[in-house]
Design a binder for this molecule. Sequence first.
Ligand SMILES: [Zn+2]
Length: 394
Amino acid sequence: MKNIAFLFLVLLAPIFSFGQLQSPDAYLGYTLGTKFTRHHQVVEYFRHVAASSDQVVLDPYGETYEGRLLQLAYVSSPQNIARLEELRLGHLKNTGLVEGTPNDDIAVVWLSFNVHGNESSSTEAAMKTIHSLITEHQDWLENTVVIIDPCINPDGRDRYVNWYKQNRSLPYDPNPMAREHNELWQSGRTNHYIFDLNRDWAWASQVESQQRIQKYNRWLPHVHVDFHEQGINEPYYFAPAAKPLHEIITPFQMEFQDWLAKNHARYFDKNGWFYFTKERFDLLYPSYGDTYPTYLGAIGMTYEQAGNGRAGLGIDNDEGIELTLIDRIAHHHTTALSTVETASNNKTALNTNFQKYFADSKRKYQSYILTGSAGKIPPNTLRIPQRHTANQGL
Ligand SMILES: [Zn+2]
């Protein structure tokens, strides 16, 4: 009997002992939302996922000023992951940056989490999102490449998380007057040099932006989402954006914001979660994480969850309802998945209209020339895509 049991273990060992994918809860040892996860743990979880799945590859793209890793995860079907570079070039053929017949059957979605470091639920949601995509939504990944940046601003995030862990009560105190809800200067919103990275997409004055935008411009996704948090009393916000709209934004870009929003609303209505659209958050300033992609042909979306540096693990809002980190993660996780679902279901419309955006000869300006001191323009960043240019430095 003993021998049979041994044989059984030996035979099954390769299946169970190597590469077993774990959920964030199982890997981290706590339920997401009951603690904040430090950046290095997030990096380790993404490495674990990539080592356990043929649907994910990682792309470390740089470091912050304080030496923290910046990293993308590409998530798709195993077949798509095996020909990722071919898909990228096929996608760029829609823009005219690369010659040849373009892809029309693959959607490219880029999800950017935690640009403001103390808007802390979104990096937690990023871990839940990658796990859900590869375990529950393989069908969407058949025709969609999802690019996940789990944390755009790791220095700011760890500043907030460390501050919170040092200042919280045990158990946490939901009273808004408690010390753990009153972050001091310098808050975790900004990066090391106290720059707001959601004002830096076009100017790329900071190393985080410089390194990320080189990667972004190599992909030019169809859809880009910037995950944020706002005041603790606000319902969830997702685009359509507030008017007035810049003249360069096309009717299709606005229409697709509607399609996304209606899909999100379906899930929010089912769960009884409040939300609003259109009242705030414009698409005019070119250096936001929704507007910069919009001006490069994408559907640029901002999602805003209640929370921010005030909320901690739980806080009583003005209505006396406790807002928890667990709830905040659930909302961002839902819109992240709903975004991928909508893109996957509308891949052809995305490709056709993306192509039209770049082929529109009626547009008043096709490119811009900047004058001024060359030394003040960060290297390798200001590469404004032009049609019919060589396939270099995209
Ligand atoms: Zn924000």
